[in-house]
Design a protein around this ligand. Structure first.
Ligand SMILES: [Zn+2]
Ligand SMILES: [Zn+2]
Length: 183
């Protein structure tokens, strides 16, 4: 069985409730299932994951796939996201002293998203995924993109992932930077 349009007319036995009313299939294991037995994943699940695999991109799955594949992946994603939210983001304008323990060999880049916050979260996610706790020399900029009918903004950003001694940051300036980040 490869896709739902090849399912026979007669309903199959649902792998979840075992009733003979499966009219669709799970997008991951392709087992027959009824629509009401397919379970949803939250809308924002895996939102900032770069190159999100197709397996993790469906809105609903059977309970077995949720338990075996989706929920463990979501747990890992959420753990990285929580660290990403706490990343110390310092822009080029930050002039305070930074006690850098380790710095990535190359800067990271995120391109062409409709809003600033999304670019910041994606940069932070990338840095957190690699185990860093800061993004240095961060630079998030917008460009006007002219479409035929209207103008819109396209946001991009760069920064150097790093591990810093956050306790030793110049408090006032760092707070100022974090404040700007939230705007
Ligand atoms: Zn069912
Ligand atoms: Zn499944």
């Amino acid at each position: 069985m490869t896709s739902s349009d090849q399912l026979p007319e007669a309903p199959l036995e649902c792998i979840s409730c075992r009733k003979l009313k499966a009219r669709t299939e799970c997008p991951l294991c392709f087992e027959p299932i009824c629509k009401t037995c397919l379970l949803p994943v939250p809308d924002d699940a895996f939102q900032y994951m770069p190159d999100r695999p197709e397996d993790l991109s469906h809105p609903r799955y059977c309970g077995f796939c949720l338990d075996a594949t989706i929920n463990p992946a979501l747990e890992e994603y959420t753990e990285v996201l929580e660290r990403a939210k706490k990343i110390c983001l310092l822009t080029k304008a930050y002039k305070g002293h930074v006690s850098t323990i380790k710095k990535a060999k190359f800067p990271i880049e995120v391109k062409d998203y409709p809003d600033r916050e999304e670019v910041i979260m994606r940069l932070a996610y990338l840095a957190a995924k690699e185990g860093y706790n800061a993004l240095l020399q961060a630079d998030v900029v917008s460009a006007k993109v002219r479409n035929e009918a209207y103008q819109k903004s396209s946001w991009s950003g760069t920064g150097w992932p790093a591990t810093i001694d956050a306790e030793r940051l110049d408090r006032d300036e760092a707070r100022e930077e974090m404040y700007r980040r939230g705007k």
